[in-house]
Write a protein that binds this ligand. Structure first.
Ligand SMILES: [Zn+2]
Ligand SMILES: [Zn+2]
Length: 84
């Protein structure tokens, strides 16, 4: 299973797109440090430090990852559909 994307640029990505991948800042603290720990949302493409999440996560999760606002929306709609 693939892992959630992070802001860390691997060598291939560096060669292919040198432009926009730089400096993905964390939505929570605004920092771009430790890009290997900045998770990229699969819905809105924004970055969040694993340690800035509440609760913080200590591992890069497998599969898709959604930031708290997106996760909130999807949870809301799942519940909404369920109660219908
Ligand atoms: Zn942060
Ligand atoms: Zn998102």
């Amino acid at each position: 299973m693939r892992r959630a994307r992070t802001a860390k640029k691997d060598d291939i990505a560096k060669e292919k797109e040198q432009i926009s991948l730089d400096d993905v800042a964390c939505e929570k603290c605004g920092g771009a440090d430790h890009p290997e720990w900045i998770l990229l949302c699969d819905s809105c493409d924004k970055g969040w430090h694993a340690s800035c999440l509440r609760p913080a996560i200590m591992l890069i999760p497998e599969g898709d990852w959604f930031c708290p606002p997106c996760e909130h929306v999807s949870t809301y709609w799942t519940k909404f559909k369920f109660t219908l």
